[in-house]
Design a protein around this ligand. Structure first.
Ligand code: AMP
Ligand code: GLY
Length: 420
């Protein structure tokens, strides 16, 4: 088989790595990929926003399966476009991707199907929202409706912060805003729950927890994710049952009523309050860096899982996991998530000791004449699978120290809730 992966992050390198182990695959193209994927597949430098160009490449090279990693092409309907051209694609269609593309769409679905989520109000202009915000209780959460790459969410302690944020949202900071979402603040612990769905059957795809903030202790600005670990410490049979029955199943059913089937990974960002799940957000893809911690625990051939999904045969497949602990630390360029230097050489990669249970997934890197350069904010993902989180983190830190990349930084406390 020939497979093509769309995207260039750590998530896509991890997917590429595990697919490259499949004996059924003879060729992988990464569009556009990174320095890491270039050593196990062929990178193809196409613009992932140019659906026509992607379709032409897939057709010309007789690719049998396309896997879409990031949210933007999903929300913009790349899956629909390729499928309309008789190409097999793994990932949800445009209608289903509204779960991530519009927070208000998801909140309305929650309300209709009684899915537990924070109470909310929607305002369609600045004055109406201000009037409410001047007379309500705090803290509360204000969100832009559309895709905002992890930004666009404000936790507001008082009316001054709240009014500043609605002004920014209606002022167009995250693109043209018709509405703003105001939510009750939920006090609990977060957990990410993943499933895979073929439209008829859903199967659990493990739990994880990421660290979104740039500074230790989960402080500072939001990022794409500074690290993650799997499993979450919160998961138990009873909680999992509630997540499936109260949140996932009604969502898939609700999409069905709208005429859409859900095919692909679905990531439920949850707040767990007293062993009860509340939906905070949906992402219509694997998380990054959560994916990098989950895939190393999968015992199946990843291609079998994805194909079962595309062929609507997920009910026939048993997905097995090892019960190890998996941790990922992201090495970033100094300055991230604000401005950082680009095209900085990374030396010493060959010195790293990557054992059987260690993985080095590239994110914002490129390769030129065999030299690796940092091109993005999140640069390298160090992952270790172990019997406990502490030893995983120790191994990772040893390797990061050995790399000694002076233009980078990382959080030293990833997994602090699961490591004493
Ligand atoms: P989101 O992009 O909607 O996942 O929000 C980003 C982050 O904001 C989440 O990971 C939570 O940490 C926090 N957050 C969002 N909504 C709420 C809420 N209703 N209550 C408490 N925290 C929230
Ligand atoms: N790590 C958060 C995300 O992938 O959205």
């Amino acid at each position: 088989m020939k497979v093509s992966i769309i995207g260039s992050g750590g998530r896509e390198h991890a997917i590429c790595h595990f697919l490259s182990k499949s004996k059924k695959i003879k060729k992988i193209y990464c569009i556009p990929g990174n320095a890491g994927t270039s050593s196990i597949s062929e990178n193809v430098n196409l613009d992932i926003n140019n659906h026509l160009e992607i379709k032409n490449f897939i057709k010309k090279n007789k690719v049998d399966l396309v896997i879409v990693g990031p949210e933007k092409p999903l929300v913009e309907g790349l899956v629909d476009y390729l499928e309309n051209n008789e190409i097999k694609v793994f990932g949800p269609n445009k209608k289903s991707s509204k779960l991530e593309g519009s927070k208000i769409f998801t909140k309305k679905l929650c309300k209709k199907y009684n899915i537990p989520t924070a109470n909310f109000k929607i305002f369609n202009n600045l004055n109406k929202s201000k009037k409410f915000l001047l007379s309500t209780k705090y803290p509360l959460v204000i969100k832009a409706d559309n895709l905002a790459s992890g930004k666009g969410v404000y936790i507001c302690k008082n009316k001054y912060e709240a009014i500043k944020s609605v002004k920014e949202i209606f002022g167009g900071k995250f693109g043209k805003a018709k509405n703003v979402l105001v939510e009750e603040f939920l006090n609990g612990e977060e957990m990410s729950y993943f499933i895979i769905s073929d439209g008829k059957t859903i199967k659990s795809f493990e739990t994880a927890q990421d660290h979104k903030r740039v500074k230790e202790g989960d402080n500072g600005k939001n990022t794409g994710g500074m690290g993650a670990y799997s499993p979450s410490r919160l998961i138990n049979k009873n909680l999992e049952k509630k997540i499936i029955n109260q949140i996932i199943k009604p969502t898939i059913k609700g999409l069905g009523k709208l005429g859409s089937i859900y095919k692909g990974f679905l990531y439920a960002g949850l707040m767990i309050v007293n062993n009860n799940p509340y939906l905070v957000e949906y992402n219509v893809r694997m998380g990054d860096p959560e994916c990098q911690t989950i895939l190393p625990k999968l015992k199946n051939d990843l291609l079998d899982v994805i194909m079962a999904c595309c062929d609507k045969k997920l009910h026939k497949l048993k997905i097995s996991w090892n019960n190890k602990k998996s941790l990922c630390v992201v090495l970033c360029s100094k300055g991230y998530p604000d401005t950082f230097k680009k095209n900085i050489k990374i030396n010493n990669l060959e010195k790293l000791k990557i054992n059987k249970n260690d993985y080095l997934f590239h994110a914002g890197t490129s390769i030129d004449k065999k030299e690796v350069y940092a091109t993005g904010g999140r640069v390298l993902n160090f992952v270790t699978v172990s019997n406990n989180f502490l030893s995983a983190r120790k191994t990772i830190h040893k390797n990061i120290n050995k790399l000694n990349w002076t233009s980078g930084f990382h959080r030293k406390d990833i997994g602090f809730k699961v490591i004493n």
